[in-house]
Design a protein around this ligand. Sequence first.
Ligand SMILES: N[C@H](CCC[C@H](N)C(=O)O)C(=O)O
Length: 294
Amino acid sequence: MSALANHRFLKMNGLGNEIVVLDLRSTSLRVGAAEARAIAADPRSRFDQLMVLHDPATPGTDAYLRIYNTDGSESGACGNGTRCVAWAMAADPVMGRPGADRLVLETKAGLLPTERVSPTAFTVDMGPPRLGWQDIPLAVPFPDTLAVELRTRLPDAPELARPSAVSMGNPHAVFWVEDAAAYDLSAIGPKLEHDPVFPERANVSLAQVLAPDRILLRVWERGAGITRACGSAACAALVAAARKGLTGRKATVSLPGGDLVIEWRESDGHVLMTGETELEHEGILSPALFAGAA
Ligand SMILES: N[C@H](CCC[C@H](N)C(=O)O)C(=O)O
């Protein structure tokens, strides 16, 4: 039986991006890929991302996070999930500490300071974007990651070509489109996620710039498929749009599940993401969940 059996979890969401929060602080447990897939397979604990809290690894930080996708793969960043963790650490009666309205969380990609801006909304400092081809990473050198040589087309849809590539601690490809609704993202997403130009796969976005301060975004996530929102993709899209001169450095990014406000701060080049969180229910991981997980 998995040592994770009978652990308490929170089912949350950030703009409909389905998040499960699991607190493994003060244990030495670690979630394996098969265990993550087993947790995702149960409707009560279904997730796009599983956010696992571990004891802090660096002095001055409040927790170390491991982030799992539905398919069991790990990511260095999850914007929506990071806001959910910040809520849990401030407001959950078991996990939280009253007054913990400013935290510093850490992932394998770096430090993420968070700040509570309302009872349920948080700003996360997602750090600086990484724009070099090796940092995203891309398989071959591209001096300019604003337009990566990649094209694809499905019958009856306009061509998708020359995405901007950005890492927010995880790899993103942002395609600029006139009409984000004109594409069958569930058909095109898996193909682009696995394109050989992305050796660590990629999150794939369709971005439609509506105004210098508004972007409409649909996202196919690496390891999770279509989600109702993706915070790191919203950050990647704003950074690339600002670099291209399509928007200013601050914009509202509208996703199917709602709006995020993203700012690429002039003073230090960090990207700030602000948005809501919602608690759906709590539960206990049933031992039966792990029967087939190896
Ligand atoms: N939903 C997340 C992104 C998960 C990233 C993941 N799909 C990957 O990079 O593997 C977000 O709000 O940023």
